[in-house]
Design a protein around this ligand. Structure first.
Ligand SMILES: [Zn+2]
Length: 301
């Protein structure tokens, strides 16, 4: 992956009982990643033409990015949850306008001397590391829903809809092998952010808490995450992840409890940030304010 924050994402390659190959999460779209993928296939005596399906846990470029090139080169079908496909096909419409960012800044109580940072985001084409996918979306061949069985002979892969990180995030479970692909829903070394996909009416934290319960039901499965390493103890880790986010909610609840009308900016300024609130700028500042608003709305609910 580009940048220094996260070194890599995992592509999972499954060999089915008929000799075909199936990809889960193609990874970031670079020539180096494509070459590494082709080389990995070669070590298994296979070529790109042997790939049958490509499944993305969610739309972020470190998971789906290479999907378009992979689909076009291999002839495999590309599939993901219908909410992700919808977000991909409408993302151009959702690029914020200057007017909408100004409205947002008013609502959040952003001081006059910091507004230009948020406005700059609305006017730039810069793609944040984990916040948006490529402009031209890939063709999606199959829309997945919760409970759908994936067509991978010899596997019993079932899609579990786990919204929170993004609205159409999917985990995949194989009960026969006791495996669960977690994408960015549950990770061993960090807690992924919430509400980082397409717009939704629902509260991403509320969705996430429900989604955690959906995977703790399979908490004894071995977890195959999008980053880090394979791990056991999925149930405990999923609960720790929900607790991590809800601890932040409790911080927000204390502030809102004293004055329910406290603007998002003033709530955020009182919270603990790793880098320090005063050092947050640009997209990080926007993200911090969005997350704060999500927690405030969860408290209000
Ligand atoms: Zn992600």
């Amino acid at each position: 992956m580009p940048g220094e924050h996260i070194p890599c994402s995992f592509l999972y390659l499954l060999r089915d009982s008929e000799g075909g190959f199936h990809v889960v999460d193609p990874g970031w779209d670079t020539d180096a990643n494509w070459s590494a993928f082709v080389a990995a296939l070669e070590t298994l005596g296979a070529t790109p033409g042997d790939v049958r399906t490509i499944t993305a846990t969610h739309l972020h470029p470190d998971h789906l990015g290479l999907g378009r090139r992979m689909r076009d080169t291999t002839g495999a079908i590309l599939q993901l949850h219908r909410a992700e496909a919808h977000a991909l096909s409408t993302q151009a419409e959702h690029r914020p306008s200057q007017a909408s960012v100004e409205r947002q800044a008013d609502e959040w109580g952003v001081p006059a001397d910091r507004r230009h940072e948020l406005l700059a985001l609305a006017l730039t084409d810069e793609v944040p590391a984990d916040g948006a996918a490529a402009d031209e979306p890939p063709v999606v061949d199959r829309l997945l829903d919760d409970g759908d069985r994936l067509d991978v002979p010899g596997f019993e892969l079932v899609a579990i809809h786990t919204p929170g990180h993004t609205p159409g995030h999917l985990c995949l479970r194989d009960d026969a092998r006791s495996l669960l692909v977690t994408g960015d829903h549950v990770l061993p070394t960090m807690f992924a952010g919430l509400g980082l996909g397409g717009p939704t009416e629902s509260n991403a934290l509320a969705d996430y808490v429900d989604s955690v319960a959906r995977v703790t039901a399979f908490g004894d499965h071995e977890a195959l995450p999008g980053h880090g390493y394979r791990f056991t103890g999925l149930g405990e880790r999923a609960e720790a992840s929900a607790a991590h986010h809800l601890a932040r909610t409790a911080e927000v609840a204390r502030i809102v409890g004293q004055d329910p009308a406290t603007p998002v900016w003033q709530i955020a300024a009182q919270l603990t940030w790793t880098a320090g609130f005063e050092n947050l700028a640009g997209f990080m500042l926007f993200s911090a304010l969005s997350q704060t608003e999500m927690h405030r709305d969860y408290v209000r609910r």
